[in-house]
Write a protein that binds this ligand. Structure first.
Ligand SMILES: [Zn+2]
Length: 75
């Protein structure tokens, strides 16, 4: 059996634990980056009430859900 004193055992245990936490944090960070992608064509800005909203349709003109005014795509 391997002889190990108490402080070395504690430091190895903490090192392994922190390594696992760091690895789990890296994995969760990659998942968030995937979901953060947003298509700019879906984002609309109302010129009347300054409301930013999303539509799934790629139309030239959309209706603002807050003030019901028509907005034209600038870009
Ligand atoms: Zn509006």
């Amino acid at each position: 059996m391997i002889k190990l004193d108490f402080s070395a055992g504690i430091s190895i245990y903490l090192g392994l634990f922190l390594g696992c936490v760091f690895f789990a944090w890296l994995l969760s960070r990659k998942e968030k980056d995937k979901g953060a992608y947003l298509d700019e064509r879906l984002v609309w800005f109302c010129t009347v009430c300054a409301y930013t909203y999303f539509t799934s349709r790629h139309d030239v003109i959309s209706v603002c859900p807050r003030c019901n005014s028509y907005n034209k795509k600038i870009s």
